[in-house]
Design a protein around this ligand. Sequence first.
Ligand code: CA
Length: 218
Amino acid sequence: MTRILIAEDESSISAFIRRGLESAGYATTIVEDGADALEIALGGSIDLVLLDVGLPTMDGFDVLRLMRARGSALPVIMLTARTSTRDTVDGLDAGANDYVPKPFKFDELLARVRSRLRETTATTAIVITQGEVALDVRSRRATVGGREVDLSSREFELAEQFLSNPGRVLSREQLLSTVWGLDFDPGSNVVDVYVRYLRGKLGAQHITTIRGTGYRWD
Ligand code: CA
């Protein structure tokens, strides 16, 4: 049975989410602080994490960073009342798969949960290789010419899009919606910033800028 960890310190909210998820057929575990969330998320019995940002002992961003630093690729949806771009970028940079601002309708949350779980099980390829660059999708490791390169979780996902679509022009909007998975401000330069990071790590020659459109992996 699919088990969802609800890390939320407001019991009225966690009870509301639990009721909805259980009636949709999911098992749930509720924790109220960040340290417990981290321990249970790394424990191996969880399929997806709903992570509140404002948690006691360790906030949601730190929980997420530590999960990713310890190699967990579990899908994580952040729950937050904060709407500033800075916090959104921080959350995404820390490796969140999605972001649901409070207050939300349960149906909206459920749709995101289903879609994130579907993506996880749909991953079939294990290693994607283009020239000297290889991505091991399961262990989230990247290598260039056999040498391991340290990519953040967001950088890895962006690289995965490029290597899965060699020679194809990918627009900023496409990359925002597939990699960042939310309605980002189309004026945001987050894609350009991450392309710059990837060029630095994988080699500048691989990613060509298509003026006014986006990028292409060559
Ligand atoms: Ca909270």
